[in-house]
Design a protein around this ligand. Structure first.
Ligand code: HEC
Length: 296
């Protein structure tokens, strides 16, 4: 286990703590192909490695987001060979790869994020790479929808915004959603031990109201639990983000050192997620959602 996890259990806040001294990687670089389904093998990966990784290494790695980081989402590898699987393995960073659904873009544009700004050329390289990911991951095609239709980014922004108004506090309370996730076990303690304040892009707090407030007003935390599926753009929809939990809980790359946890769909917390999803979809279908809490 790396020091990251030892520290994670002891840290309260999820800010970037630059003066912690992490130990070196354990050299355990067993890289398997992206398990995230679809895409990510060809041109997009090349674009990431040649155009995007140098930007991340220079601007995001230093101090905060290296894989050796003790406190923030460690999505920047120390070498290009493992860079792609590392960055694309963090749902909180890449989301669904659109300009509205990927924090890697929304943190950069308009910026600044943690005092760092990005040139027009850097923004262009990141957006070109993301566009290629969307194309490859939505089953080919040119990636250019007919002009009258929503783009993947527009559909993502719309669905997130709608969802923010459809989530209801009474459902979080009735389902006991917060405590169910906070007290979900792993082989190194309950989720709340490391994630109660939202560290590492994931929040699990023993507090239904707090969880409702965070998930319905902050899209990064919302998207750890719910993902925007644009694989069929004409029918883009919100889905429970089981993929995120499976990747992390089954310790797939780059989460090999994460505590393992039960990812079966009949697990209590996973069932609560499904129930919250079903209720929320019900309001959407019935047209009984509240006003959006996250603007488009
Ligand atoms: C001992 C501390 C610890 C515990 C306990 C823990 N985590 Fe984590 N978690 C981390 C760290 C550190 C990271 C970032 C590194 C990584 O992803 O492996 C992380 C990352 C994650 C991510 C990835 C978020 C992203 O940025 O994309 C998810 C999802 C997650 N954890 C879910 C859980 C769940 C669910 C539980 C409880 C079943 C849990 N974690 C328990 C320390 C912990």
């Amino acid at each position: 286990m790396s020091i990251r996890y030892l520290l994670a259990a002891a840290l309260f806040a999820g800010g970037c703590v630059g003066d912690l001294t992490p130990v070196a990687d354990d050299g355990d670089d067993d890289v398997t192909p992206d398990a995230g389904g679809g895409g990510g093998g060809g041109l997009a990966r090349q674009m990431f490695e040649s155009d995007v990784f140098p930007i991340l290494a220079a601007k995001c790695g230093a101090g905060c987001h290296l894989t050796t980081s003790a406190s923030s989402v460690p999505f920047v590898a120390t070498a290009v060979t493992t860079a792609y699987v590392t960055t694309t393995g963090f749902d909180s960073v890449v989301g669904n790869y659109t300009q509205t659904g990927a924090a890697i873009y929304t943190k950069v544009v308009p910026g600044p994020h943690q005092g760092r700004t990005y040139t027009a050329d850097e923004q262009m390289k990141i957006s070109a790479w993301l566009a290629q990911e969307v194309t490859e991951r939505s089953g080919g095609g040119t990636g250019d929808p007919p002009p009258t239709e929503e783009t993947p980014a527009q559909a993502t922004a719309r669905l997130i915004s709608e969802w923010s108004g459809c989530l209801k506090l009474e459902d979080f309370t009735a389902l006991n959603f917060g405590p169910s996730w906070a007290n979900k076990g792993s082989n190194q303690g309950n989720c709340e031990q490391c994630h109660s304040t939202g560290a590492y892009g994931f929040k699990a707090a023993d507090d239904n109201t707090g969880m409702y407030e965070t998930l319905s007003t902050n899209k990064y935390y919302m998207m750890a639990y719910f993902a925007v599926d644009i694989s069929d753009l004409a029918n883009a929809k919100m889905v429970p983000n089981y993929t995120n939990f499976q990747r992390v809980g089954l310790r797939q790359v780059p989460h090999q050192e994460h505590p393992s946890f039960n990812t079966n769909l009949n697990d209590n917390a996973m069932q609560k997620l499904q129930q919250l999803y079903d209720l929320t979809m019900g309001y959407k279908a019935a047209g009984t959602c509240g006003p959006a809490r996250i603007p488009m």
